[in-house]
Design a protein around this ligand. Structure first.
Ligand SMILES: O=C[C@H](O)COP(=O)(O)O
Length: 257
């Protein structure tokens, strides 16, 4: 059953960022495998996406021709054109067939100086160019006392969400990926009660938006993760545990129930 929003039912959504794990050849093999399982998601009205690196985006798009799989980029610049060596614009990403752009991932914040402000400017550029921003938010440290951990996480996420909402049109589609930083690259996902409590509050922060707003959970997610998060999220943002396509197939199956 779909949850509802101000703009109607929210379709479930699941996908993966390949980060920089795969080279071009492996990425294309993966995309071909993804194409073979994509109808299972479509059949159950679940949106499916893949976010490869920049160079792989065009051939991945080609490998997925004829499927409903959405292709995204792992970053973009906030200007549409100009002297910005090394950057890629949302305008070009759109022309290349991307429909999603991931922004503000914890790794980009930690390693490349991404901030709430830069993620917000990039999200505005995404919306201006017809891309859906998928913005990663989440608290850095794991509060040891469960009751306090939820409140601390919400307060850390609040400015991340608010700076974003101020930067993009109210009617723009938005995907928020709640990824507690401490749960990324871990052996198992965050405690489901924690995720549900935090994502329900994140949902409240976006209440009243006109644009479709979906919330994903990411951070060591895989088979078995979604079921206990149903009350909080619209789907999953997978990393390593989607590298085996059978795991992704299993996640789609679990989300279809
Ligand atoms: O982009 C995906 C997330 O950072 C999660 O990655 P992970 O599942 O490998 O922890």
């Amino acid at each position: 059953m779909s949850s509802t929003s101000a703009v109607g039912p929210r379709r479930k959504i699941v996908g993966t960022s390949l980060k920089m794990y795969f080279d071009l050849n492996k990425t294309l093999t993966y995309a071909a495998d993804l194409a073979t399982i994509s109808s299972q998601a479509a059949k159950h009205n679940i949106d499916l996406f893949i976010i490869p690196d920049f160079v792989s985006l065009l051939p991945v798009k080609d490998a997925l021709k004829g499927t409903d799989v959405k292709v995204g980029a792992q970053d973009a610049f906030w200007e549409d054109a100009g002297a910005y060596t090394g950057e890629v614009s949302c305008r070009t990403l759109k022309q290349a067939g991307a429909s999603i752009v991931e922004l503000g991932h914890a790794e980009r914040r930690r390693l490349f100086g991404e901030t709430d402000a830069t993620a917000a400017k990039k999200a505005a550029a995404a919306c201006r160019n017809g891309l859906v921003p998928l913005v990663c938010i989440g608290e850095k440290t794991h509060g040891k006392i469960a009751s306090q951990a939820v409140g601390m996480a919400i307060e850390e996420c609040r400015p991340q969400v608010m700076s974003l909402l101020q930067a993009i049109p109210d009617d723009a589609e938005l995907i928020l990926a709640y990824e507690p930083v401490w749960a990324i690259g871990a052996s198992e996902p965050a405690d489901p009660d924690h995720v549900v409590a935090v994502t329900q509050q994140i949902r409240k922060m976006t209440e009243g938006r006109k644009g479709l707003t979906r919330i994903l959970y990411g951070g060591s997610a895989g088979p078995g993760t979604y079921d206990r998060l149903r009350e909080g999220v619209d789907g999953l943002f997978l990393g390593r545990f989607a590298h085996d396509i059978k795991n992704l197939e299993q996640v789609i199956k679990e989300m279809s129930d």
